[in-house]
Design a protein around this ligand. Sequence first.
Ligand code: CA2
Length: 137
Amino acid sequence: MKLLILNGPNLNLLGTREPEIYGGVTFLDYFEELKAQFSSVELDYKQSNHEGDLVTEIQKSQGVYNGIVLNAAAYTHTSVAIGDAIKAVTTPVVEVHISNTFAREAFRHNSYISPNAKGVILGFGLKSYALAIQSFL
Ligand code: CA2
């Protein structure tokens, strides 16, 4: 089982700002925990602040990964291109969010990812990623 964790814009700042919403742990530290927790899974991690990079990574996943755990961050709520890319590949995508986007501003209630995702996990902090990996097993 080979999975890609793909994070979108500003998630490289995790653990440095807004800890009340996003927690105090950097994603690279959490990624080490995930690798230890899921030692039977081949996990790769990529992050980009650029929409087109995320589209390219989704396209490149075809035939390489068994699934993608995707937190498209703010692009979740704006990106037709990322939604189209998910539709264009057979790689199953599980959408994750750290926060409960439905408990936040109205503009975070829409997702261009969800209609094309295998499932959605949100609101469990960084644990959302572990739950998403678990869903592939
Ligand atoms: O809750 C999530 O996982 C989000 O995808 C995070 C996005 C937000 O735009 C989505 O509505 C929900 C924002 C990521 C920004 O991450 C930061 C982390 C630390 C400091 C500042 C931003």
